[in-house]
Write a protein that binds this ligand. Sequence first.
Ligand SMILES: [Zn+2]
Length: 347
Amino acid sequence: MRPSSTSRVSRVRAGFVLVALAAIAAGTPSAPCPRGLRYVTRAGKKLVYLNEVARVYNLRLRKAGQKNLSLSSRWSRLLFRENSRELTFNGVRVWLNAPLYRAGWRHALDYADACWTLDPLLRRYAHLQRLRCRRVVLDPGHGGRDRGARGRRGVEEKAVVLDIARRVRVHVANAGLKVYLTRESDRYLSLDERVKKAARWNADLFVSIHANATVGRRGRGVETYVLAMPGFPSTNDGHRRRRGYSVYRGNAWNGANLVLAYFIQKALLDYTRAPDRGVRRSRFYVLKEAPCPAVLVECGFLSNTYEEEKLLTATYREKVARGIASGILQYADAVREAARGSARVSR
Ligand SMILES: [Zn+2]
């Protein structure tokens, strides 16, 4: 392994200073990369070899078939695929910023994924320190003249997501957290008004709730979005890395966003048994501008007849709501634990 040159190190430091500045501007801390994690530079990319990840986190690196690799411990199992952005963490799909590269006989991750995807999953408390989780803002998408997606049987996204948000509120409020809804009725609300409300309420957490639609009818499953990282494409974009993907306010909570999304996606899968489309990355307005850790949940596809039928039933909407609520409450527990100063490797 070639050690990084000083200029490269200082460039990385400059990168961190930027992220740290963004975090300070937003009034919250950002967690550092684990101390001692070494990277190399190849063709302009900062990479971390998987055996280096294994060393730092005390994981076992193994080949799992032709193109798959696994990193595992008693508590965690990560599965990677060569040239793919797909990672499976303890059975849940999480999309990386960049694909797993092959560098000679070894495999490597982008440095940003090591610090802001793997680290929040493996050391979640480090990313939740000094955060609170007392005021939860739920944001049912669309409303009024903006109907959102529409199923073939006429189910409208705006109605489905309002019902789900109300159900989530019951469970989260029962656990003693304060819950606000950006809209209580079928009325139009701009994206800007939604994040402004969250700021006014001093939100500690923002969860936008939506349902999907595609042109085809085959798309199925649940997915949870976090704000994409500066410099990297959205999950739904191609692999190409472009310049100009700026830093947004929401990037101050990259680590916390990922922890929250993971808990919600995992719980949603447990409650609904729906196909796992994973924790994904995008630049939705509410994620860019939220004043706190934020995710956007897509609860299912109205364009898919099977899922539309399910979302028509109160029983299924209740399952979705319990999943989202359970994810929020697990996140709240983790934030409390982090506040107690627990910095042990998480499960
Ligand atoms: Zn929507």
